[in-house]
Design a protein around this ligand. Sequence first.
Ligand code: ADP
Ligand code: MG
Length: 479
Amino acid sequence: MKNKQEILDVLQNHFGFEDFRPGQEETINALLEGKDTLSILPTGAGKSLLYQLPAYLLSGTILIVSPLISLMQDQVDRLHRQGEKRVIMLSGQLVGKERASVLRNLKSFKFIFTSPEMLDNQQVLTALKKNKIALMVIDEAHCISQWGPDFRPEYLLLKEVRQQLGSPTTLLLTATATPRIRQDILKKMGMATAYQVIKSVDRPNIFLAVKSIATQKEKDGELLKLVQKFTGPGIIYFASRKLASQMAEWLENQTDLNVAAYHAGVAPIERFRIQNQFMNNELQVICATSAFGMGIDKNDIRYVIHYHLPSNLENYLQEIGRAGRDGKQSLAVLLYANGDEMIQRQLTSVDVPPVTVLEQIKNGKLSASVLGEQASLFEFYLEHSFTPQQIITMFERRKIQTEKELQEMVAYIKENGCKREYLLTYFGEQFDGSNEFCCDYELSDWTTKLILPVSQPLSENNKVGWEDRLKALLNITES
Ligand code: ADP
Ligand code: MG
C-alpha cells in the first residue's frame, strides 16, 4: 500500500502539479490497490496522469492501447518532454531488425504504447507475455463499443489479450459514455465488476449553440460570419474530406485568417506540419474530418463549429470537448440544414450481405472482395470464428442502434429547451440549471453574450502579405 504522501510526492516532484484534479486521486488509489477501473473523466481532465503516475510506484511495465498513431506519438512526445526515455511505440511502422530487437528488449521500457491490431499479432503477444505488465490501459475505451465501417473489430479481442497477459490490473479510459455504453464496454472486456470513477461529462465553459439554416449556401454565409467574428483558434468539422479541403481554401480566400484542411487524405508529413502550425498559432482555423484532433493537446481552442452533424451525441461531445481545455469561455456551434442527417446515415451505413454470401466466403467459394470496401471488416469476423448468421444478426442489431443514436442527435438539434440539460440527461446525469453561459435557446443573438476574442478589422497598413510573413519567418530585415 502506498500512502497518500508518497503519491503526492510523485505528483509534485515528478509531474510538477500541486493537486489532483477531480477523479484522478480516486482512480490512482484504486489502481494501486490492484482494482480494475473504468474512469470516465471529461476531455482535458488529465486522464494520461492516471497511468503515468502509478508507473513510478509499481514495478513492471505499463501497456497502453491506443487507437491512433498520432495519439500515441503525442503521448510518447509528452513523456519524453517529462524526461522519461523508457518509452516505445509498437506500431506497424516498426519493422525488420528494429522490430525484432525491440521485442527482445521489451523489459527496458516502462511505457509500451500499441494498437489493438498489433496485439492481434502472435509474435507481439508472445514477447509481451514474457514481461510483467503492471498495468494495462485502454485509452479512448469507447472505441470498444463503436460501430460502422470505421469500427476496428480488433477491439473485441482485447478481452482475450488481457487474459493471455495474465489479467493484469486494467484501466479503461474515456471521456464520454452513456450508461448503456459503459455496460457494453465492461461486458466486452469481461470486467463487469470493475471499480468505476465517473465524473460529469459537462464542460460548463463551452457555450452550446445550434443554428438551423434553410440552404447550404446560407450555411456557408453563416460559417463565414462566425469565422470572421471570432479569431479562434478554431476547428470546423465536416463529414467529407473533399468539403473540408474546399471550405478551407474558400475561407482562406475570403478572410485574413490562415486556414488549412486536416484529414486522412492529407499526406502525413503535411498533416504533421499543419498540426505544428496550429499548435504554434500560425494557423487559426482547421477544417477537419472527425479523424482529427483526438490527441490534440492544444488548450486554447476557442471554438468548434460543426458544418455537419456527427453520427451521435458521444462523438459530438468528444469533438466539442476539444474547445476550452484551459477552462476559458469557448463556443460550440452546430450548423444544421434540414436533411443533413442523410449524410451521416450514408457514412455509417454498412451493407449487410445475405447470409449465403458470407457462407460462400467462409467456404472459400467466393472471394471476400465482392464485399467491396467492407471486405476486411467481414473477413475479420469470419476469421475469428463468428458464424455467418451471428455476424448478420450482430450487424442488423447494430444498424437499429446506430439509427436510434442518430435520431437522438437530431432531437438534440431540434430541442427547444435547454441544450445542456438534454445532453446531460442523455448521459444519465442531472443538470441543476446553474450555468450563466449555457446555450442559445432563449437568446436571439447569443454571439453578443460571448466573451471570446473577436477579430479586429485589419487596416491596410498592418495587413501582412505573404512576402512579409516569409521575411519575418526567415528573419530577413529590410536594409
Ligand atoms: P485527457 O486525456 O483527459 O483529455 P490529458 O491527460 O491530455 O487529458 O491532460 C490534459 C492536460 O492537463 C495536460 O496538459 C496535463 O499536463 C494537464 N494535467 C493533468 N493533470 C493535472 C493536474 N493534476 N494539475 C494540473 N494539470 C494537469
Ligand atoms: Mg487523453
